[in-house]
Design a protein around this ligand. Structure first.
Ligand code: AMP
Length: 218
């Protein structure tokens, strides 16, 4: 199972990716999570990436492609993976094609989640995440425990520094300009599966399962 999760920030890629990853027994590769871990460690890569991330801009393509290539070499990718937040530009999508060929792999599909802009801003500004394991909460629909600790790993539950309204709007603009063109890129290759991402987590999950079944994926 090799699947790309495509959709604007806040469309549910992380939430549904976690479930799909369990279902199919393959890891989720989230470039955002990898970058946040590098920032937390204060590595050279992290220091470089932080400036872009804080402004809601994209980290340069060569940095991201190098990160993915390294991740693909790990043993747990041999059976497949879900890509969350990558590719995000045409150059990344083309770079991914080249890499897949080199590894002798091919994509099974690209799952696109559709959610309208105001809903995204609402979701992201009320989103909270575990700073240790990345578990996602929402102040309105799925609040974290009152002690502010993750029930999975006891990590601290925080608001991501780029989940403020101004940065969210900027990230959405970047999505429209740089990432939306990938919808046609993958539609032309016959890989695109589109799902309405609005509604409860369970409703969307059911739609995803159904859409993947109909597309013969998984
Ligand atoms: P995410 O967690 O996917 O919303 O990513 C958070 C931030 O990390 C983005 O706003 C970008 O600054 C950076 N980032 C994550 N993935 C990529 C990518 N594939 N290309 C460029 N920048 C990325």
């Amino acid at each position: 199972m090799r699947l790309v999760l495509l959709g604007p920030p806040g469309s549910g890629k992380g939430t549904h990716g976690a479930w799909l990853s369990e279902q199919y027994g393959v890891p989720t590769i989230s470039t955002g999570d990898i970058l946040r871990a590098e920032v937390a460690q204060g590595s050279q890569l992290g220091r470089k990436a932080k400036q872009y991330m804080d402004e809601g801009k994209l980290v340069p393509d060569d940095v991201i492609l190098e990160m993915i290539e390294q991740r693909f070499r790990a043993d747990d990718c041999a059976r497949g993976f879900l890509l969350d937040g990558f590719p995000r530009t045409r150059a990344q999508a083309e770079g991914l094609d080249v890499m897949l060929q080199r590894f002798g792999w091919k994509l099974d599909g690209v799952l696109k989640l559709d959610v309208d802009e105001e809903e995204i801003v609402r979701r992201l500004t009320s989103r909270r995440v575990c700073s240790r394991c990345g578990k996602i909460f929402n102040l309105v629909t799925d609040p974290p425990p009152a002690n502010g600790r993750c029930p999975n790993c006891n990590g601290e539950v925080i608001q991501r520094s780029d989940d403020t309204e101004e940065t969210v709007r900027n990230r959405l603009r970047v999505y429209e300009e740089q990432t939306r063109p990938l919808v046609d890129f993958y539609r032309d290759r016959g890989l695109l599966v589109t799902v309405n991402g609005q509604g409860s987590i369970e409703e969307v999950r059911e739609r995803i399962a159904q859409a993947l079944r109909s597309a013969g994926i998984g």
